[in-house]
Design a protein. Structure first.
Length: 209
């Protein structure tokens, strides 16, 4: 069964903590975006500056050009999952191996123009594949249903891999994505920009249950 995972994306520390702790009231798992201003055009607060809410499952999405530089900081946080970009400058399999050694799951994110075939050789090193249909470092984006073919291809290569989706999820797209091999629906603006974030979360959850 698919799950709804609110996404925290912020350039200021104050906004980061506001989103994080608002969502921790009702969500069990939260997707935290971190941007370096290089791979992504925007820049988030630094990892060591943020305070994560307790009693929630933490997914870190690192939009970093060189994620290996932050490995020690990541391990101190003890997240459930760390997602790095296929397009990043890193030995992907080695990064995943370091996480697994610490009992942390590893995820790989593919931008819109990156194909599964390009990264077939490293996919087996990862527990999670994030299909990106949004705009790096920003809320918004549109759902491109053609990208669902990546989910189907990934399942052929790696049947047990968890599939996430990022970009454009709302009340019109959530159920369709949940039926298309998507396990984790990472939802940004629909929840964070809502007048009542908890109600927006509940609406999506009811559509995929």
């Amino acid at each position: 069964m698919a799950i709804i995972c609110p996404t925290v994306t912020a350039e200021s520390l104050e906004e980061f903590h506001h989103q994080a702790h608002t969502n921790a009231v009702f969500a069990e798992r939260i997707h935290f975006d971190f941007m370096d201003g290089i791979l992504a055009p925007t820049q988030s607060p630094e990892l060591e500056a943020v305070i994560f809410p307790k009693h929630v499952t933490i997914d870190l999405h690192l939009m970093y050009q060189k994620p290996m530089d932050f490995l020690d900081q990541i391990i101190k946080i003890r997240p459930y999952l760390v997602i790095i970009h296929a397009e990043a400058e890193v030995n992907h399999a080695l990064f995943a191996a370091h996480l697994h050694k610490e009992g942390i799951k590893a995820g790989l994110c593919l931008l819109k123009d990156s194909s599964i075939n390009e990264y077939e050789n490293i996919l087996a090193s990862f527990d999670h594949l994030l299909i990106f249909s949004g705009d790096l470092g920003h809320f918004g984006g549109k759902v491109d249903y053609a990208l669902l073919t990546k989910a189907h291809q990934a399942k052929k290569y790696h049947p047990d891999i968890e599939i996430g989706w990022d970009g454009g999820i709302n009340e019109e797209s959530a159920a369709h994505l949940a039926k298309g091999d998507i396990d984790v629906l990472n939802v940004g603006g629909f929840i964070q920009k809502a007048e009542h974030p908890e109600s927006a979360y509940a609406t999506l959850k009811s559509l995929i249950d």
